[in-house]
Write a protein that binds this ligand. Structure first.
Ligand SMILES: *[C@@H]1O[C@H](CO)[C@@H](O)[C@H](O)[C@H]1NC(C)=O
Ligand SMILES: CC(=O)N[C@H]1CO[C@H](CO)[C@@H](O)[C@@H]1O
Length: 564
């Protein structure tokens, strides 16, 4: 059930209380006595569900956190193996803890927040103040304190919002409006990821620090073993030492897909994001740009870089020459020709027809349809073969030139409409032989495939769909202007302009935060790349689409470690 970590016993007479009071409770031997068995299947939150545990914790937390105490080790309880009713215990150091002359165990017992372990007469494995503890307990019973009270047990109805995206969504506007909210840090998962209890709202949330990139910790989940990034442990320790079990204030700004809140955490008058950057345990994340803490973050980062410690150990200042572009500008050739966009694919390529040959295609189609009308294909007479040109009857009931791409069965023939760029799966009954008078020797296939230059198509499927939808809305079945920029693998990469406004379509996607810029090194592209990068910066600071989450490297909802 519980394991006892090695405690930092630096000096018996005056050391700092370990940050985690659960550890302290174990240390003092309080938790080991609870005879509550934990049902693994039920989501029991001992702190809130075990009667008076929360009160006991709060008493200790408020009295002791961050304070110096005196510790006298009374005895070491050896490890014991698990039995049917009692879980295994590792070795436990049992001690009397005092502060300002007050025995904390005695104070807890006298408030009815703990009971005394009974020993056999001859057992010397007991508190050095055993008799005082018994007396305190007798008083607590007499006065009906805490556990001994006849009153109803205080109940803590705590809404656990962590990892519940639906609830988190409902709660977000409320927290955003609240400005600074009080919180107690219940658990530290990593340097930038915490579990918080909000006493006013009586809820538990998972909270990610905004504005920073904190080294990721190691992960060991089924199907995912990932080594931690350097300094992730240090960052976790730093955050633990500073905020675990402390009262803090948080400003929630947003939330991520998994229902974790993102924002700023203040302890005393310091801002934890800034502190982590100051101590070279995190880097500034670009999404900090719009926040009022950006300046503090940047100056903290600058100072940390100069010291070249931890995450900046390998930091090299950029030579100034490299920053100032000394590029003679070779002209990029721009000769835009009018095209008609007929099809956008799921991977953000698109097909266009050349407007100049548009009338030729129209004429060919008209003649071909007249020809087919006078000699309609006999249904079932056509046997499709892969790679062959044919005619296909589209959903609009008209015939188009097509090419067979794959024959799964007579009912499932994959065709590509060669003049439009769309694909369809049809039964062979809707296909026919292409009359030679309308072959590609008479007029070549009119749809040509292109890709957008200077942008990266998002890997994430949802993000890619957003970008494709936007392009379909903007340019499908419209006339645009096209300029070939470079011939990369696959198909030519181009820029497209809207015919009326002459606005650049790809640049528009970058501005909307729907795609990222692909930086190219060729001199002739530097001017246009700069323009694209500027658009990307503005999308980032406005947190549009791809950039809407604070730190999108943040982990998903794996709450490993919390319930131990
Ligand atoms: C610890 O004990 C010493 C000596 O008895 C005392 O002077 C000091 O105040 C104690 N410290 C605390 C934090 O109780
Ligand atoms: C507004 C605010 O609380 N800013 C603080 C953020 O943290 C840094 C580093 O501790 C402080 O210097 C700022 O005052």
């Amino acid at each position: 059930m519980h394991s006892i970590p090695q405690l930092p016993l630096r000096d018996f007479k005056g050391f700092y209380v370990p940050g985690n009071l659960e550890e302290l409770l174990l240390f003092c031997g309080f938790l080991g006595t609870s005879n509550i068995s934990l049902d693994k299947n039920k989501k029991l939150r001992p702190l809130y569900d075990i009667p008076y545990m929360f009160e006991a914790r709060e008493f200790l937390r408020k009295k002791l956190i961050g304070k110096k105490v005196n510790v006298t080790v009374d005895y070491i309880r050896p490890a014991s193996p698990a039995t049917e009713t009692v879980p295994a215990f590792s070795e436990r150091t049992c001690a009397t803890v005092t502060i300002g002359g007050i025995n904390i165990a005695e104070a807890l017992v006298s408030k009815g927040l703990a009971t005394v372990i009974r020993y056999r007469q001859d057992d010397d494995q007991r508190s050095s103040h055993y008799d005082e503890l018994l007396a305190a307990e007798a008083r607590a019973i007499k006065n009906g304190k805490g556990l001994h009270s006849k009153k109803e047990v205080p109940i803590h109805r705590v809404a656990d919002i962590s990892g519940d995206t639906q609830k988190a969504k409902q709660f977000l506007p409320f927290l955003q409006r609240a400005g600074r909210s009080e919180a107690v840090v219940e658990y530290v998962f990593s340097g930038s990821r915490l579990k918080l209890y909000l006493p006013k709202e009586t809820c538990l949330i998972t909270f990610l620090l905004a504005g920073i990139e904190c080294p990721r910790g190691a992960r060991n989940l089924p199907g995912l073993v990932q080594e931690g990034e350097p300094f992730s442990e240090e960052a976790t320790l730093f955050t633990k030492e500073l905020v675990l079990q402390r009262e803090v204030e948080v400003e929630v700004e947003s939330m991520d897909k998994a229902g974790n809140f993102i924002g700023w955490l203040h302890i005393d008058s310091a801002n934890l994001s800034v502190l982590l950057v100051e101590h070279a345990l995190s880097k500034v994340h670009f999404t900090a740009e719009r926040s009022s803490y950006y300046k503090s973050l940047l100056s903290a980062e600058e100072a940390a870089k100069q010291k070249k410690e931890k995450v900046w150990a390998h930091y090299e200042e950029q030579p100034v020459e490299e920053v100032a572009p000394v590029l003679e500008e070779k002209e990029r050739s721009a000769s835009y020709k009018p095209v008609f966009v007929t099809e956008i694919t799921d991977d953000l390529h698109f097909y266009v027809q050349d407007v100049e040959t548009g009338t030729q295609l129209e004429k060919l189609m008209e003649n071909m349809r007249n020809d087919i009308a006078s000699h309609p294909p006999v249904e079932g007479s056509y046997a499709p073969r892969r790679g062959e040109f044919c005619i296909a009857k589209f959903v609009d009931g008209e015939w188009y030139r097509a090419r067979v791409e794959k024959v799964e069965s007579p009912a499932k023939v994959h065709v590509f409409y060669i003049d439009y760029g769309n694909r369809e799966i049809l039964p062979s009954s809707r296909l026919g032989t292409l009359p030679p008078a309308f072959s590609t020797r008479v007029l070549p296939a009119q749809a040509t495939e292109y890709a957008f230059a200077f942008i990266q198509v998002p890997q994430d499927e949802d993000a890619r769909t957003d970008a494709v939808d936007s392009v379909v809305r903007d340019i499908q079945n419209t006339q645009c202007l096209l300029n070939v920029e470079h011939l990369s693998a696959g198909c030519p990469h181009v820029t497209l302009q809207f015919a009326d406004s002459k606005g650049d379509v790809g640049l528009g996607l970058v501005k909307e935060g729907l795609v990222m810029v692909e930086v190219r090194k060729e001199k002739q592209f530097q001017k246009v790349i700069t323009e694209y990068l500027n658009a990307q910066e503005s999308a980032k600071s406005a947190r549009l689409n791809l950039w809407r989450y604070g730190d999108f490297r943040a982990d998903d909802a794996d709450e490993f470690g919390y319930s131990r």
